[in-house]
Design a protein around this ligand. Structure first.
Ligand SMILES: NC(=O)c1ccc[n+]([C@@H]2O[C@H](COP(=O)([O-])OP(=O)(O)OC[C@H]3O[C@@H](n4cnc5c(N)ncnc54)[C@H](OP(=O)(O)O)[C@@H]3O)[C@@H](O)[C@H]2O)c1
Length: 353
């Protein structure tokens, strides 16, 4: 068998970790590759779902005795606590692993400390191998754990001239079926989907993750959240259809901001408490504007159709910008053609001061 370097093993561990995206919350995605003393791969694993075995445990089970004296290459610091499963640090020590290579330290105060436990047991620990790459693969979880509220992705669909509906209010559909299939895949990777009550009243969306061809529901559904200050969501709205959990977040329950509407930071803190790590903000334009004005959006995914309307509502309303110097500056990080449309991914640039 061919031996692999620690760097190659980490690249593979990052690939393995990505298989858990969308199903591990409130836990992170983690991948692990176990090498024996000769650098041959003797075990591989990833964390597939919350409550299920951690990546290290899956890899150790595959490796059996061949783990002794070997190297565990893992994308996140092994946990040091007993939750629904036992501490991975102890399992690695018991298996006789000689070295553990970690990409990113665990920011979760409850689970961190694995590296110290391993070192105390005489295991060599190296930190930071392919750290940036592993960080990118776990960005929503890491960000939400470090600051205590979820990672927010604002998604919208618009024409090339930035319209989200025609002048008469018709909007179905601005983008192609291929783009809408992509949106449903995106919904499947987050823990909650948010919409303002304006969108619920106008479009009556289901906000579920579905197979658009046959209408079947994805196995794991994000929590549906309607941001609705005074509880105007109709009793027969589709979001109340029981196909997935729904939370009508009112100002009474969450708290009100200075304008009397739902306090958005309090809403995000409440979602974090419920185990939500990644949120897809699906609009509409007014709620998206309020999130952007408050600096609460981490990533923007815009689906832009090769069409023009010339009139009609825009994709974004009142984001707190009145003059060009206040424009919310972005960095485009990806442009991908999806059918006839473009999917543009952008990150807001940090504001000075
Ligand atoms: N193209 C797209 O991607 C896309 C996506 C979604 C929707 N849309 C379109 O958007 C239109 C609806 O737009 P909209 O702007 O009226 O609806 P919206 O943004 O979905 O909802 C706005 C409402 O959210 C409530 N809200 C609660 N807390 C808030 C806060 N802190 N800040 C701001 N709003 C808060 C407010 O009503 P209360 O004060 O009563 O709570 C507000 O009127 C529809 O025509 C729909 O088709 C387009």
């Amino acid at each position: 068998m061919v031996s692999v370097s620690v760097d190659e093993a980490m690249r593979r561990a990052i690939e393995l970790a990505a298989r858990g995206l969308g199903t591990t919350s409130p836990n992170p995605v983690v991948g692990c590759v176990l090498l024996d003393e000769d650098g041959q791969v003797v075990g591989e694993g990833f964390h597939a779902y919350a409550g299920g075995p951690h990546a290290e445990i899956v890899a150790l089970a595959q490796a059996g005795r061949r783990a002794k004296g070997g190297t565990a290459v893992v994308t996140l610091e092994p946990c040091d606590h007993t939750g629904r499963t036992g501490p991975c640090s102890s399992a690695l020590v018991q298996a006789g692993v000689g070295r553990v290579v970690i990409a990113v330290p665990d920011p979760n105060p409850v689970a961190s400390g694995g590296a110290a436990t391993l070192r105390a047991a005489g295991v060599r620990v190296d930190l930071g191998v392919r750290g940036e790459e592993a960080e990118a693969g776990n960005v929503a979880w890491l960000t939400s754990m470090r600051r205590g509220w979820p990672y927010v992705i604002w998604k919208y669909a618009a024409t090339l001239d930035g319209r989200s509906a025609a002048d008469d209010g018709t909007s179905m559909w601005i983008t192609s079926e291929a783009a809408r299939i992509d949106v449903h895949a995106l919904r499947g990777t987050v823990d909650a989907v948010l919409a303002g009550v304006g969108t619920v009243l106008a479009d009556d969306p289901r906000l579920t993750a579905r197979n658009l061809r046959d209408g079947s529901l994805a196995i794991r559904q994000p929590l549906r959240v309607v941001v609705d200050s005074s509880g105007r969501t109709p009793a027969d709205a589709r979001v109340r259809d029981g196909a997935a959990r729904t939370w009508i977040a009112t100002a009474d329950e969450v708290g009100a901001g200075p304008d009397g509407r739902v306090d958005l930071p309090a809403l995000l803190a409440a979602l974090h408490q419920r185990g939500v790590r990644a949120v897809l903000l699906e609009g509409g334009p007014r709620l998206a504007g309020a999130f952007l004005a408050a600096g609460l959006v981490d990533k923007i995914v815009g689906y832009v159709a090769p069409r023009l309307l010339g009139a009609g509502p825009t994709a974004l309303v009142d984001a707190g910008v009145t003059t060009i110097a206040e424009a919310i500056d972005l960095e485009f990080v990806d442009v991908t053609q999806i059918g006839p449309d473009l999917r543009i991914t952008a990150l807001p640039r940090k504001r000075e001061g």
